[in-house]
Design a protein around this ligand. Structure first.
Ligand SMILES: Nc1ncnc2c1ncn2[C@@H]1O[C@H](COP(=O)(O)OP(=O)(O)OP(=O)(O)O)[C@@H](O)[C@H]1O
Length: 500
């Protein structure tokens, strides 16, 4: 195969802290290279070097046989290297056609011309997307495809994708994979970062395992398995946690009766017990997001009732939810103030400022213990949140809610961006929290996570709750069946992620 990129002994740092410590990497045209690594291993930093947003200190890069070292993203783009970043955000007012061509060399063309070109591009790639709708109305999977089309429009030869599938449901991941295979079929190359080990095996030709700023191992995807990849990452085996097949122990924490939000959800009824982890599954348009937004008052219900500890309550806004001790971690990118520090992010919300020295020491001990337990990669807990890697920022957001004094905690994609090792810790912490009587409602597009973590799982389709399954009676196939309303037999969870 034709060599496109070669990285030799790349070193890079942030403020004197060495992050990349001699990366060796090569990539061929027509190849998808999976890149995995624990949180803070240096994946995003390396991609920053390749895409022109971070300058390396030493080492040599060659692109298409020529020396390469972009000083800016524009320069990288001009050399045919494009990046779709972790948690990318699109200006919601742009139409699909405008978003595809924004900041590309074709951006100056008239609206009509771009529209015609967008239609052709969408057809060529073989997906369904309306060029005239505003990107703000698209679901995350569709926005991801817009970003992929932008890479095609700017004729990128090397496309870097940093955890773009992190909260996409399996069937959207399958569509994305189909498009990526087509792109490499045209001779482009892709570097694909993910924390989903089964996914990387199904999409990549080779897999680079990064550890502590270096490519520790390079493997043929067809000759490895999830256990080997996990072992290479963690240096120990993944724990085999037992599923929570017994019913949840406690009294009722929350009851929802015939909850309706005009135009999105109808007559939803269910209850969650104290100490229960209740999963919610459904496609993006199923209504699960509208349901939780009604439960926390972001878009209040138009009819129906909510009871907390048996008492009817009104939830018309987030403040009402907080007053009733209902916490909500959404999955819409970072909710932490970027100016805030790691310590503030991890302090319990009931900690009092101006406490005496002894209290301050106790608080700091708590923070240090959380950093250790969640394996947050930092050399300075007094540093800014922005100095953490994406996955480590997510751990801080999650820890903030897990240590808050809530009776009901609603978590959307809590393990988004978190590596497989830290995921186990998150699960143990959720279990501990539920044992203290907190009721947890968990949204996740990763069905294996719902089946491994939840006592019961409610499945929504077309705005209705179509099934509530006890863990002991369900599996991933049964959940997909309810989600799509049609039979789906994959044989294994792993196979599902690669089917379209
Ligand atoms: N802007 C920054 N300033 C200072 N340090 C940073 C900055 N960005 C990242 N780092 C540090 O560099 C290290 C590598 O971060 P990087 O984002 O490359 O990791 P990653 O492998 O992409 O992790 P993740 O899987 O969590 O996205 C981290 O330990 C992080 O603390």
């Amino acid at each position: 195969m034709d060599l496109l990129l070669h990285a030799d002994d790349i070193h890079a740092s942030y403020d004197q802290r060495r992050i990349l410590k001699g990366v060796e990497l090569s990539l061929h045209r027509g190849e998808i290279l999976g890149l995995i690594g624990t949180n803070g291993a240096g994946k995003t930093t390396l991609m920053g070097v390749l895409s022109g947003s971070h300058k390396h200190d030493s080492g040599q890069l060659m692109l298409a046989g020529e020396k390469y070292g972009p000083d800016s993203m524009e320069e990288a783009q001009a050399c045919g290297v494009g990046l779709i970043p972790q948690n990318f955000r699109l200006n919601s007012d742009l139409t699909v056609a405008e978003a595809i061509f924004r900041e590309t060399f074709q951006a100056d063309k008239s609206h009509d011309e771009l529209r015609v070109q967008a239609i052709k591009l969408i057809q060529d790639v073989g997906i369904t997307l309306d060029p005239d709708v505003k990107v703000g109305t698209l679901i995350r999977a569709e926005q991801t495809l817009v970003e992929v089309l932008r890479m095609v429009a700017e004729e990128a030869q090397l496309v870097i994708m940093d955890e773009v599938a992190a909260s996409l449901p399996d069937h959207d991941v399958a569509v994305l994979h189909r498009v990526l295979r087509m792109l490499v079929g045209q001779g482009r190359a892709i570097i694909y970062i993910t924390h989903r080990l089964d996914e990387v095996r199904s999409i990549a030709h080779r897999i680079a395992v990064m550890r502590d700023g270096k490519v520790h191992k390079m493997l043929e995807a067809s000759r490895t398995d999830v256990d080997e990849l996990a072992f290479l990452l963690l240096q120990h085996k993944l724990a085999n946690n037992s599923r929570p097949t017994d019913p949840a122990p406690g009294d009722e924490a929350m009851r929802v009766v015939e909850l309706t939000v005009e135009d999105s959800i109808r007559d939803i009824s269910f209850s969650v017990s104290k100490g229960e982890i209740f999963g919610l599954a459904g496609t993006h348009r199923s209504g699960i997001y509208q349901l939780v937004e009604a439960l926390v008052g972001i878009h209040p219900s138009t009819s129906g009732r909510i009871f907390i500890q048996g008492k009817p309550v009104e939830i018309r806004g987030l403040q009402d939810a907080l007053r009733l001790k209902i916490g909500y971690l959404s999955d819409t990118a970072d909710t932490l103030e970027s100016a805030s520090g790691i310590v503030e992010g991890l302090q319990r919300s009931d900690d009092t400022s101006g406490a005496n020295l002894q209290d301050e020491i106790t608080q700091l001990r708590g923070v240090i213990e959380l950093v250790r337990r969640m394996r947050i990669n930092t050399t300075n807990i007094h540093g800014a949140i922005t100095t953490l890697s994406g996955g480590d920022r997510q751990k801080v957001q999650l820890a903030k809610w897990m240590t808050s004094d809530c009776d009901v905690l609603i978590l959307s994609h809590p393990s988004r961006g978190i590596d497989v090792g830290a995921k186990e810790t998150v699960y143990r912490m959720l279990q501990e929290l539920s044992r203290t009587g907190v009721a947890i409602i968990l949204l996740s597009s990763d069905l294996s996570e719902l089946v491994s973590w939840c006592h019961r799982i409610g499945v929504m389709r077309n705005g209705e709750m179509v099934a509530i399954e006890a863990n002991a009676n369900t599996n991933e196939d049964a959940l997909v069946h309810h989600m799509l309303g049609e039979k789906f037999t994959s044989g294994s969870g792993e196979a599902r992620r690669v089917k379209s």
